[in-house]
Write a protein that binds this ligand. Sequence first.
Ligand code: FRU
Length: 435
Amino acid sequence: MDFIHLKSPGNWINDPNGFIYYKGQYHMFYQHFPYEPWWGTMHWGHAVSDDLVHWKHKGIAIYPSKSFDQNGAFSGNALEQDGKLYIYYTGVKYTNPNPENIHITADYKLEPSQIMFVSEDGEHFDNFNNKRCLIGPAVDASVMSPTDTRDPKVWIHNHTFYMMLGSCEDHMGKLVFFSSKDGVDWKWESGYKSAEFGGIFECPDLFELDGKQVLFCAATDYLKDNLDYQAQEIYKFCTFQEKGCKLSWEKDSFYLDYGMDLYATQTNTDANGERVLFAWMRMPEPKKGANLSWSGLMTMPRVMLIKNGHLYFKPHKNVSDLFTITGAVEPSMNLQIINADYKIYKTEETEDVYMISANVYEDAEISINGYLITYKNGKIMTDRTNVYPKGNYRYFAETPVLQDGNHLSIFVDRDIIEIFANDGEYVLSQVVYFE
Ligand code: FRU
């Protein structure tokens, strides 16, 4: 059972997929290569939870079984209709598989189709009888990319189905909209390309929050500094009209998280109707597990609100409510804190996770087993040189100048540290490799 952070059950995982509260339980699927701790032919792994905190792995739900998904089932979302679980994903076929490794392409040429997969109950997934191709690969590259169109998000509004897809054109990210009366026959509605969406727009999400509309974009080639993770997750405020699928967006782009590891978000509403966010935390190297090496884990569930012109991200209440016990951390954790007033909070369940609640003052330093957090000129800065593999990676990160106070809630787990400044004004989350 995974606690707070859903992580790979062994081998590789990436994006969260199909996150939904369905029949009294949370279901989370994820991109999964079950054979090795690196990316390859995509399956959908499956986990369930009663509370967004404790996750039980259920094995593989979707695997290649049709010619349209013979090389993988890429990301997508899930919807409940008539009591059944409807999953939408991108099936891929390689034009040229690599003869030495059939799990990757020889030339990055994919043939993507948008697939609907119906599960009667969220328990059984009939990979032979319940898949249906809704939209095949594009023919006209000005409509959407014939190779890089993927990650459907489907929703229903006033008895009409809408599908949003990530795509690209002329080396710019592009967002494409379709609509349908019955969920089976789809009509192209509109497409929006922009250099603001990176090179390929991946994993699009669009939702309303506090009366504003928000667009999430996983943008490839967003950064140009030659370090690992050029692709970054950003958001924009936008205006979307279902009729004709008309979209416009505001100039400013924001990061969801300043640790730069977070990517490919998935949101949906929880049992109380509050929108919850998960994202993939990228890992440069696998970690050793009890049986299998593993790579990839999810953020803790986060909720959002709009304040001071941008989104605030907070831990979901089901997580923050767990940290009730005050005390000290294990001496082996090597915690050192200078220029801050702080208290440590733990849960009843494990010594592996704790939270530091701190008011930080200029030049404050918090060292967690070699991971360094400093507060300087109003910014939070981190240095993970001591607790991260060697390579062309991002060792240093920082937030913008904090405007809303000087308080940090730092959640420390074995593999990840999530720093929420001033109740979510900015978040900085990073993967760590503690000894
Ligand atoms: C984002 C992504 C998606 C794609 C999936 C493949 O991380 O590239 O666009 O569906 O991962 O695993």
